[in-house]
Design a protein around this ligand. Structure first.
Ligand code: ADP
Ligand code: GLC
Length: 493
């Protein structure tokens, strides 16, 4: 099959979260199964064009009100793709939209004012790219609101000629971000105003880009089975539960995988010594190194709890770090443990982390983004904390399991689908779970974990090894995506 992945992020070129990992790893997994996969992303300012090949000639993209946007296109081979069937990645280079710092925004302007136009343009440009390279995919696979207009353009404007038999897929990685903007931006899309209503853009008189994608894509999915069900409820549907329910037969959950060429304690190049379930000595060494990196005294016997996260409400940081009500202070004050966290995000939270680091000797935060440290935290921690409010899939709990670091998670979305709760009678389970998102529940569950660490060391050791045997290969997920592509094709014919 010919598949074009259209995305706003893809590792190693542009990443703000798990979306970037998922897009690249899925593309490579599909190529390994023999399919012809190309990826297209915007060429953000931080991406160095130097090593890329520039396609000859400029590319014109017709937008609304007779505007023609002229851009350049670059391409390169995706690192890590199979040598016999490499994945090509294309970059749409348009100075006025992407020639600036930031992917969606900057700390001073978190959501660029022209984002609806930036990503409408990008979504429209992918079709021009196909014309330019004379390559016409059977599947347009878009991800989240930034490319959710790809299915809309296909359905309402372009399903003829070389695209007559093309289908569109929309993967929802996070329903919390929908791309809702003033409807004045709609003219720029070049679509007729009938599409504003019929195509599902209209949302309380605003323009909702994700909702339009949900209306238009031939098939939809999200990144775990549980989250798929949750999004169809009023409580977790972010006001799109109705739209998703109306597409129920076309909507499914497919769990993300893990790229084990990057996340594998046996091969990890960022940790001091590689290790496996048969010999965990490398893990003890990683703990030592992690304590050093976070300026904690070296002590192999105190449980070390790690966290790597975007500091956003989705991740439960309010209940943990919220001034005056979060439980992190009491947890570290009352329990014999060490706590390390790596993250960036909302400034109130960054400030709170700095404050906790100075108030408590066993709490250490590094505000920043570091690939290397994130590997060290996965390997060197005894437990990994993820108290998410909601979690479409979540990658870090899967990494933790593979690194022998039992996760402590809230039972929601992908966390519920990948972690099995500890049973202290039988010793079964791969992690520790709780249901209510309250500061108290987090406190209690960490208390339970620390108790088990000191009092049930054998069971915990078995738990580590059990988790390390988990199978989160992308191969299995890629096959499920292929099924969905085929179902979409059958529907069209
Ligand atoms: P989300 O996409 O909602 O943030 P995921 O668990 O799917 O959550 O993916 C998060 C990804 O981003 C993981 O690969 C994680 O290691 C990485 N990550 C998040 N924050 C940081 C950070 N400060 N430094 C390094 N990696 C980070
Ligand atoms: C989103 C979700 C996360 C998921 C990731 C990749 O960022 O928040 O749960 O793992 O996308 O699909």
């Amino acid at each position: 099959m010919k598949i074009l992945m259209t995305s706003s992020e893809a590792v190693p070129f542009a990443k703000t979260g798990g979306l970037a990992d998922a897009v690249s790893a899925l593309s490579i997994a599909l190529a390994k199964l023999g399919h012809e996969v190309k990826i297209v992303i915007p060429r953000y300012y931080h991406i160095d064009r130097e090593p890329f090949t520039k396609l000859e000639g400029a590319m014109g993209v017709p937008m609304g009100s007779g505007i023609e946007e002229w851009c350049a296109v670059y391409k390169t081979e995706m690192p890590g793709s199979p040598a016999k069937n490499p994945v090509e990645i294309f970059f749409i280079d348009h100075e006025i939209f992407f020639g600036r710092d930031g992917i969606y925004g900057t700390p001073v302007e978190p959501d660029f004012i022209d984002n609806p136009r930036r990503f409408a343009f990008f979504s429209r440009s992918v079709f021009q790219l196909c014309y330019k390279i004379h390559w016409y995919p059977e599947v347009f696979h878009s991800h989240d609101w930034p490319t959710s207009l790809v299915p809309v353009y296909l359905k309402y404007a372009l399903r003829y000629g070389p695209f007559e038999k093309s289908v569109s897929i929309l993967t929802i990685h996070n329903l919390g971000y929908q791309g809702i903007y003033h409807k004045d931006n709609f003219n720029y899309t070049g679509l007729g105003w009938n599409v504003f209503y019929e195509g599902g853009f209209e949302d309380w008189n605003m323009m909702n880009m994700l909702k339009a994608g949900i209306y238009s894509a031939d098939k939809l999915n999200t990144v775990s089975q549980s989250y798929c069900e949750e999004t169809k409820t009023q409580a977790q549907g972010f006001r799109l539960d109705g739209a998703l329910l109306s597409r129920n037969i076309d909507y499914r959950g497919i769990l993300n995988g893990v790229d084990t060429t990057i996340w594998n304690p046996q091969k990890d190049k960022y940790i001091p010594k590689n290790y496996s379930a048969a010999d965990l000595s490398g893990k003890a060494e990683a703990k030592r190194e992690l304590q050093k990196a976070f300026d904690l005294p070296n002590n192999p016997d105190i449980p070390l709890i790690g966290m790597i996260t975007r500091l956003a409400g989705q991740k439960g940081v309010g209940e943990l770090f919220g001034p005056a009500y979060g439980s992190a202070y009491s947890i570290c004050h009352d329990m014999k443990l060490n706590f390390v966290i790596l993250g960036t995000g909302e400034s109130w939270c960054e400030n709170e982390l700095r404050k906790l680091s100075s108030d408590l000797s066993n709490f250490k935060a590094i505000i920043g983004y570091s690939e290397k440290l994130s590997h060290l935290i996965e390997a060197g921690s005894d437990f990994f904390l993820m108290p998410s409010r909601y979690e479409p899939c979540g990658l870090n709990q899967m990494y933790s399991l593979l690194y022998g670091t039992p996760p402590i998670v809230r039972r929601t979305g992908g966390l519920a689908d990948t972690v099995k709760n500890y049973n202290e009678t039988t010793g079964e389970g791969t992690g520790f779970m709780f249901d209510d998102l309250t500061p108290q529940a987090i406190y209690n569950t960490i208390g339970w974990t620390v108790w088990a660490y000191y009092n049930r060391p054998k069971q915990i050791n078995e738990m580590r090894k059990r988790g390390m045997k988990s199978d989160f290969s992308w191969d299995a997920s890629a096959k499920k995506y292929l099924e969905m592509y085929k179902d979409a094709g059958l529907q069209l014919r």
